[in-house]
Design a protein around this ligand. Structure first.
Ligand SMILES: [Fe+2]
Ligand SMILES: [Fe+2]
Length: 387
């Protein structure tokens, strides 16, 4: 293993990735892909087309959050700093992203995703894979979900398919998705916190992992905010989420202290399930078995976040979310192949696009090293071009 993967990239790279990438030639700016093509939105440019809080007149509603105000925010909105008569330090015009880096996908990319499974090779892989299977079985059991294939040549009506348990209703799909997204946002944040604390405690650099982990956590939270626009969960549902979060956060926290690699492998397998779930959901919409969603417009918050067209549909959102889950699958399986104490995060500066992430389960360690070397070369080239 060359020393490059461990040290050179971090040593040579300035702290702020956005600044570095902005300074590099336009042929390699995005972490979402090696090249930026005209017409595709860049991340972190601060341009008005990129999530400007005031420039999005077409999607203005999304600025205030179409998922609706939380009941605590309702009270705060009457006395908060943003009311007209309050003393506010919020500038009248704000340009730039309001979220962390996240990929924006082309139409080809979102169709390039494949349902993949990584064979469990070691005992720890098998342990992580079994845990995910157990979690999936437990969740299916509690929520009464059985994936029953529709019998071939069936002429059952949609109602009969629903009654027979072959097809989930829109409401049932949303319950599953909302619950899973409340859980999915936990691992990235826990891992980022622990690496952040480790960096402070040991007074050493993090090797670029924290940002990617935070980005994953926020990305999952944005999935939740998006689907919250379609349904307001009941008090019972919120109670379930509260309990699940309390248990899962603490378990994952302790587990990450013991073995970050097994935790990333666990998340990799979990994300395989997420890709499968959204793939099935997309198939159901396209087959017309979720009629309420067939022509449903995309929520405004989703159009803003994934830079979708103004007439985008919920189906486009499902494709974008599935692509995100594919990114998580790829990133976590790749991180699980690295040494978390010594190796740099190969995705700290750029990520492969969906043509790679959608068809490959993750980078092995030697592939990660080559990717870091390539990033290093691109950075050097960008620097010399900008002089
Ligand atoms: Fe998600
Ligand atoms: Fe995910």
């Amino acid at each position: 293993m060359s020393a490059l993967l461990r040290t050179a990239f971090v040593r040579s790279a300035p702290v702020c990735q956005a600044a570095v990438l902005r300074g590099v030639s336009s042929s390699l700016v995005s972490r979402a892909g090696a090249r930026i093509t005209p017409g595709r939105s860049l991340i972190h440019t601060g341009g008005i087309q990129n999530n400007s809080l005031t420039g999005k007149r077409a999607h203005e509603e999304s600025v205030s959050g179409t998922e609706g105000l939380h009941r605590k925010d309702l009270a705060a909105s009457k006395q908060g700093l943003t009311t007209g008569d309050a003393v506010s330090t919020i500038p009248a015009t704000v340009h730039g992203d309001w979220v962390l880096f996240h990929p924006v996908y082309s139409q080809e990319e979102i169709k390039a995703v494949e349902v993949l499974h990584r064979d469990a090779k070691t005992i720890s892989d098998k342990f992580a894979s079994s845990l995910v299977k157990l979690a999936r079985w437990g969740f299916d059991f509690v929520s009464g979900y059985k994936h029953k294939s529709i019998p071939p040549n069936s002429n059952m009506s949609l109602e009969e398919l629903k009654k027979g348990g072959y097809v989930l209703t829109e409401k049932a799909w949303l319950s599953r998705i909302l619950f899973l997204e409340t859980v999915a946002g936990v691992p990235g944040m826990v891992a980022a916190v622990l690496r952040h604390l480790g960096s402070l405690r040991l007074m050493r650099r993090d090797s670029g992992w924290i940002h990617t982990l935070l980005e994953e956590a926020e990305n999952e939270r944005m999935h939740l905010m998006t689907f919250m626009t379609l349904r307001q969960p009941s008090l019972f549902f919120r109670g379930l989420v509260l309990g699940a979060q309390g248990v899962f956060y603490n378990l994952f926290f302790l587990s990450y202290l013991i073995s970050p690699r097994i935790c990333h492998r666990f998340v990799g397998y979990l994300e395989e399930e997420a890709v499968l779930t959204y793939t099935r959901c997309i198939q159901e919409i396209e087959a017309g078995r979720l009629p309420e969603w067939t022509d449903m417009p995309a929520p405004e918050i989703a159009k803003d976040y994934w830079r979708l067209e103004p007439d985008a549909k919920l189906l486009d959102v499902m494709y974008a979310v599935r692509s995100d889950e594919t990114t998580h699958r790829f990133v976590n399986h790749s991180l699980a192949n690295l040494n978390p104490k010594t190796d740099v995060n190969p995705f700290a500066f750029r990520e492969p696009d969906m043509h790679v992430k959608g068809k490959k389960i993750g980078f092995e360690r030697d592939e990660a090293e080559k990717y870091v070397q390539e990033s290093h070369r691109l950075l050097q080239q960008g620097r010399s071009e900008s002089k």
